[in-house]
Design a protein around this ligand. Sequence first.
Ligand code: NAD
Length: 298
Amino acid sequence: MSVIGFIGLGTMGAPMARNLLKAGHELRVFDVTADACVALAAEGATAAGTAVEAAQGADFVITMLPNDAIVSRVMLGNDGLIERLSARPLLIDCSTISPDTSRRIARAAAEKGLRTIDAPVSGGPRGAADGTLSFMVGGAGEDFAQAEPVLKNMGRMIVHAGDSGAGQVAKLCNNMTVAVVMAATAEALALGISQGLDPETLSGIMAGSTAGSFVLDRWNPWPGVMPEAPASHDYAGGFQLGLMLKDLNLAVANARDAGASVPFGALAQSMYMLQARRGQDAPRADFSSIQKLFTRPA
Ligand code: NAD
């Protein structure tokens, strides 16, 4: 069993940390929200006062933070982990951030003799709680091999995608595709239903035909078709539209940096932005609420 520093105990980080505790690892946790540390400490973790304190002396340091700016602040600079750590843990960043930032952090770490991998996840809060996340990993092969047993305590599919940043690229490709497929499915459902087709019948036809997808199998955006789907619960739960928009913004920026053309991704970015601006709660609703762009107001 290993000593693990875990930084960022939010929607995803807290249940991931809990699974590491259950697997028997010694955990030192830090979050700027003290209550998050208190909850994990009650379950056997040691609450640290700073990120450096959580990470110092650990075998692995896992970060699960909101965005590029915060990950950079925690890792880089005079007070960052890379400058302050005297021991040499493997740094595993599970946050979704830009591939460029991941690569910059990996280079800064390497200059100090530290190893890093980017390991963003798919599977949402339920996957984090059940320990069934998918991890897409960028970094050196031997660092992937060292991290894999730890990641297995939190996930089901652990894939080495390539060098530093490749995990982030894979994550952005995945989420850009899901965003586009969700929007396209919502558009088609609205077209058929506007002409009198029954939502369940149309969904069934498409799911069993060539339009079949994860969206029609598990995440139907039309209310009432799937009792379990967020659409049937006023788009509550699920994966927030605001987080999907964050991933689309990263994907489009990454395409620009890579000189690649992503017309569907860019269109999806604009559409999700439009929906996000339609009301105070819109960014927090599940991303399948993009359906509302295609339906007439009641
Ligand atoms: P969250 O906002 O719920 O949690 C982030 C946590 O980081 C918070 O508890 C916050 O207090 C803490 N934090 C912020 N600044 C900090 C700092 N400087 N030091 C220590 N802790 C700090 O976010 P989340 O939903 O858990 O997402 C985390 C990451 O995972 C994001 O990059 C997100 O894009 C990605 N992600 C989220 C989901 C999801 O469904 N929520 C799914 C896949 C990937």
